[in-house]
Design a protein around this ligand. Structure first.
Ligand code: HEM
Length: 367
């Protein structure tokens, strides 16, 4: 079972790390007006994550002193590190006068703009802090969040806000086979995988030194109407994405990794990749070179009130400026053929500070 480092000189793990199979994502609201409590929380979380990624417990499960409470809840004992990463994000509301941090606000951090086709529910949106725990074993990811939420509560620092548990990574790392989302399509074919692309599009490289190798985390809970989708003809589904369902090839080509030809026309003079196809609207060729790193997961919330399957995509993207996401979503929200089958119900933006150096903690530069 693989182990990823927590400490480092560049970005936090869990961003360009090849996507693990499962995610437990949670946001928090601060419950303290004291900067020092925030500082202690970030230090305690960092120390705990450094233990968790090694497959170690955070303190004792069964204390030797009779009658005391365990610090680690125990359910991950005997499971391996399972490639666990836990990535900490700071929301715009952290950088206010309350914590004396207004002047330290990361260059591009602010609430996301309202976007076309937003159907956002406040109880699934926002948050002061985020934790993204990814692992190849869902119980390892769950345990990490449980232990960290407990630390926040015990300190009186923060309480849970909203959460999504996801499975079946809907994005691929370098050399990994492209997985599928719940519409049955390969997702992540034209994602970023090269280090040079990460440096150019994902990691912050400008502005104050402490922001370098930070990144902006956009999270969107996107409900997918999978029962309606399943009644649609596959030829229509292919036109919606601009790709073939089974092979993942662009409609203009034959193999998954063929470069889409957005100019190609059929004998009737119609565009082979339709004008409203998802990949045409999202591709960097049609967006002034804008590219984002997608690191999404499928999720299910069981059944809705009508007994229909309630599921979707926990869309997560990383970019060195959230305006890049907004540019793409403004276009997708206005004309994507996919809109008939999806609804953006949750949304948040966080700045993910760079990794902590050994002996330090995430966000130490703020205090
Ligand atoms: C491509 C699915 C939402 C941005 C794709 C592909 C699929 C897909 C199947 C083609 C394979 C690939 O290159 O990865 C979905 C689904 C969504 C969704 C099911 C919602 C439920 C979004 C959102 C954004 C986005 C919200 C950004 C605002 C992109 C980009 C590409 C892409 C940039 C690559 C286009 C290219 O360069 O060819 N998506 N997507 N997607 N999607 Fe999405």
């Amino acid at each position: 079972s693989h182990q990823w480092p927590f400490y480092g000189d560049q970005g936090q793990s869990g961003i360009t790390t090849p996507p693990q199979r499962h995610i437990m994502y949670m946001t928090f609201d601060m419950t303290t007006p004291t900067a020092q409590t925030l500082q202690i929380l970030l230090a305690r979380w960092s120390a705990a994550i450094a233990q968790l990624v090694q497959g170690a417990t955070v303190g004792t499960v069964e204390p030797s002193r009779n009658g005391s409470v365990g610090t680690d809840t125990g359910e991950a004992v005997g499971l391996d590190p399972s490639s666990l990463t836990v990535t900490i994000g700071l929301g715009p509301s952290i950088f206010t006068d309350t914590y004396g941090l207004k002047a330290k606000c990361p260059t591009h951090l602010r609430p996301l703009s309202a976007l076309p086709s937003d159907n956002l529910q406040p109880e699934l949106s926002g948050g002061d802090l985020s934790l993204q725990a990814c692992a190849d074993d869902p119980q390892v990811a769950y345990h990490a969040i449980r232990v960290l939420a407990r630390i926040a509560k015990t300190l009186g620092a923060a309480q849970t806000r909203w959460t999504v548990m996801g499975f079946g990574r809907a994005s691929a790392g370098k050399g990994e086979e492209t997985p599928r989302n719940l519409f049955g399509f390969k997702d992540g074919t034209r994602n970023l995988v090269e280090k040079s692309d990460f440096d150019q599009h994902v990691w912050v490289q400008q502005g104050p030194a402490w922001e370098h190798y930070g990144s902006y985390q956009v999270v969107r809970k996107i409900k997918m109407n999978i029962e309606n989708w399943d009644t649609d003809r596959v030829s229509d589904q292919n036109n919606i994405f601009g790709r073939h369902k089974l092979s993942g090839a662009p409609l203009s080509g034959t193999h998954e990794f063929d470069t889409p030809d957005f100019h190609k026309k059929n004998p009737d003079g119609e565009l082979v990749i339709p004008a409203t196809a998802h990949i045409r609207l999202a591709a960097h060729e049609n967006n002034q070179g804008v590219r984002i790193l997608r690191r999404s997961y499928n999720y299910t919330d069981g059944l809705n009130q009508y007994g229909q399957l309630d599921a979707g995509l926990l869309f997560i993207s990383y970019q060195n400026d959230p305006a890049h996401f907004e540019q793409l979503q403004r276009k997708l929200g206005a004309s994507d053929a996919l809109n008939e089958y999806i609804s953006h119900i949750g949304s948040a933006l966080f700045f993910v500070p760079p990794a902590a150096k050994e002996g330090s903690y995430i966000g130490a530069e703020l205090f």
